[in-house]
Ligand binder design. Structure first.
Ligand code: ADP
Ligand code: MG
Length: 243
């Protein structure tokens, strides 16, 4: 589903950083990949390249047969096919929940308002929050806002879902409800790439764990391999710190 080959990303301001170094990985349809690694290791940059929020200097990314770095590639379509959920929920604050879920369906997917609203209500039901369709995001808890953000991405019928520390900004009592939605999504067969510090989620849900450090993939394997017998010294150090 996702082929990433020798991806390199540099930032030049405020000073030169080689944020991704020859990152190569292949992700199957339906696979759930959890990306872990220290702060600044390039995890967010990697995800952001996968839906063209960042544009790498070299390398290739092919998603479901589409070269998303090609000059003629429609960026809005890429972002519809590759949904992304951020740490900060990024809902439109002046729009109610239903409008948040219908706008891109109407403009990008060219659906009628009625179709878009039906889809929105279906997805709001799936994330357990249908009764809140008419409120503004600020009237919701962080966990509810994040579930709305997930539903909004899913309304586009994406082929892939990216999650960048989706529970890091939440109060602890709300982490579970968001992880539960993500687990259900994984079970439904969605292809997912998830940056998270929730090692319980990684153990339980991931098909594969990728460890990044200093812009490189240093180690990857099943959760069993990762948590029982990591090979790289830096992986071991990192796991010692967080477990
Ligand atoms: P992580 O998500 O693993 O914490 P990031 O991908 O955010 O790491 O960052 C990787 C490196 O790239 C860091 O050194 C960070 O400071 C740098 N970086 C990320 N985004 C930018 C940007 N927009 N401009 C300059 N440097 C950036
Ligand atoms: Mg990050």
């Amino acid at each position: 589903m996702i082929h990433v080959n020798k991806l390199n990303k540099y930032f030049y301001v405020p000073h030169e950083i080689h944020a991704l170094r020859d990152v190569t990985t292949h992700i199957h349809e339906g696979e759930v990949v959890v990306v872990i690694g220290p702060s600044g290791s390039g995890k967010s940059t990697f995800l952001r390249c996968l839906n063209r929020l960042e544009y790498p200097q070299s390398g290739s990314i092919v998603i479901d047969g589409v070269d998303i770095l090609a000059k003629g590639c429609n960026i809005n379509e890429v972002r519809a096919e590759v949904g992304m959920v951020f740490q900060s929920f990024n809902l439109f604050p002046h729009k109610n929940v239903l409008d948040n879920l219908t706008m891109a369906q109407i403009t990008v997917r060219k659906r009628s308002r009625k179709q878009a609203e039906e889809k929105a209500m279906e997805l709001l039901g799936k994330v357990g929050i249908a009764e809140k369709y008419n409120v503004k995001p600020e009237q919701l808890s962080g966990g509810q806002q994040q579930r709305v953000a997930i539903a909004r991405s899913l309304c586009m019928d994406p082929k892939v879902m990216l999650f960048d520390e989706p529970t890091s900004a939440l109060d602890p009592e709300m982490v579970g409800e968001v992880l539960d939605v993500m687990k259900a999504l994984a079970k439904s067969g969605m292809t997912m790439v998830v940056v998270t510090h929730e090692m319980g989620f990684a153990r339980e849900v991931a098909d594969r764990v990728i460890f990044m450090d200093q812009g490189q993939i240093l180690e990857e394997g099943t959760p069993e391999h990762f948590f029982a017998a990591p090979e790289n010294e830096r992986t071991k150090d990192f796991l010692r710190q967080i477990l």
